[in-house]
Design a binder for this molecule. Structure first.
Ligand code: ACO
Ligand code: HSE
Length: 385
């Protein structure tokens, strides 16, 4: 049982992300785009850098590359050793390696940190060309901008076409954008627990989280990156994470696991906490130590803007372009991105058959936790790639 509570102040994370400096695993690389990245909403972003990790070896003809795209607070560390920000190693450790679903004796696996993120790629906490940090001047970026940056990474690596693109949640949104926007470069597609477009309720959850961050006086309009240690909007980010984490789990799981039990050390009636409260405090503290609030806002705004049909005649027309082999899966207990949304995707994507279901009590986080089932889907997809 963990009894940690949110500290009053936390050390400011390294300006450009919790794990960038020192990179203990020594395996992360970067590419820097030569020119400014044109943005969907207008303007261009100069000095874009994408961090990425790879596993396996690229075949001489470049045909064995698989792109894995992380979710909101994930990063490039899909698999590998523990380090700062990754106390237990990679977030899909069980799926990458010799003999695993992403068998590195056959496949070359590439995972970038998303544009707008804070673990090595350019985001609001990054240095701005000309001096200072981007902060509130960091532009609005969309999934299509993020995928454009990833396409530049693919070019730099000599990968003309991915054998497969795989992503869950926010990573699924980018995977969809690859398949719709760059079908000639997407050999096969696996989309987990994400919609064709963010729904009103999903936008609402995101908006509440953004409001929590912006209401923290330490947010300072997003100009906090050069504040003295302890000066970031940690409370707001922690509240955002608590809200989000409830949506990532299921009501039956929380009920069975925590019920109404008080956390040992103090009854809620006498100033203590419920167990579930302590659990949320713990996840808030963990995130605040490794993630930048400005990136959280930037990426949440991008997710709220997700609409694969924008400017393409609607989602149905856009998804008709997805003719490569595709699997779409949802988690049966996901209340954030309910499986009905993935059923719609599966029905609209010509390359997909029926909806695949990940059975899990854990809700949306099932796509991270149920690695045996996800591994089965990956193996099935790669058998068609
Ligand atoms: C693709 C991506 O984006 S992934 C990036 C990685 N994602 C994250 O880190 C997101 C945050 N974490 C999560 O979403 C989840 O923890 C997952 C999906 C990674 C793992 O889920 P689970 O294995 O079910 O872990 P769970 O949610 O139960 O959390 C376990 C933690 O809660 C703590 N905990 C459990 N009960 C309590 C309690 N009553 N009070 C305080 N802490 C508690 C445990 O001690 C454990 O702590 P630790 O993680 O520091 O070891
Ligand atoms: N736990 C995941 C859920 C969002 O998909 C994350 O933090 O990225």
């Amino acid at each position: 049982m963990n009894t940690s509570a949110e500290p009053a102040t936390l050390p400011l994370p390294p300006a450009t992300g919790g794990w960038q400096e020192g990179d203990p695993a020594g395996r992360r690389s970067w590419v820097t785009l030569d020119g400014p990245l044109p943005l969907e909403a207008g303007g261009a972003l100069p000095g874009v850098r994408l961090a990425y990790e790879t596993w396996g070896r690229l075949a001489p003809d470049g045909s064995n590359a698989v792109l894995v795209l992380h979710a909101l607070t994930g990063d490039s560390h899909v698999a590998g050793p523990a380090g700062p920000g990754h106390p237990t190693g990679g977030w899909w450790d069980a799926l990458v390696g010799p003999g695993r679903a992403l068998d590195t004796s056959r496949w070359f696996v590439v995972a970038p940190n998303v544009l707008g993120g804070c673990q090595g790629s350019t985001g609001p906490s990054s240095a701005r060309p000309g001096g200072g940090r981007w902060g509130p001047a960091f532009p609005y970026v969309t999934q299509r901008d993020q995928v454009a940056a990833e396409a530049a990474l693919a070019d730099a690596l000599g990968i003309a076409r991915w054998a497969a693109v795989i992503g869950g949640s926010m990573g699924g949104m980018r995977a969809l954008e690859w398949a719709v926007g760059r079908p000639e470069r997407t050999g096969a597609l696996l989309v987990l627990a994400c919609p064709a477009a963010a729904s009103a309720e999903q936008i609402a959850w995101g908006a509440v989280q953004i409001a929590a961050i912006r209401s923290d006086p330490a947010w300072q309009g997003g100009r906090y990156h050069d504040a003295p240690a302890g000066g970031g909007p940690y409370r707001g980010l922690g509240i955002a994470r608590r809200i989000a984490h409830v949506t990532y789990r299921s009501e039956p799981e929380l009920g069975a696991r925590f019920g109404r039990d008080p956390q040992p050390g103090g009854h809620p009636w006498r100033g203590g906490r419920y167990q579930v409260e302590s659990y949320l405090d713990h996840h808030a503290t963990k995130l605040v130590r490794r993630f930048d609030a400005g990136s959280y806002v930037t990426l949440t705004e991008a997710m709220n803007g997700h609409d694969v049909g924008r400017g393409r005649g609607g989602a149905a027309a856009a998804l008709r372009r997805v003719r490569m082999p595709a699997l779409v899966a949802g988690v049966d207990s996901d209340r954030l991105y309910p499986p009905g949304q993935q059923a719609e995707l599966a029905a609209a994507i010509p390359g997909a058959d029926r909806l695949r279901t990940i059975e899990s009590p854990y809700g949306h986080d099932g796509f991270l936790i149920e690695t045996a089932q996800v591994g089965g889907l990956i193996e099935e997809l790669l058998s068609q790639a």
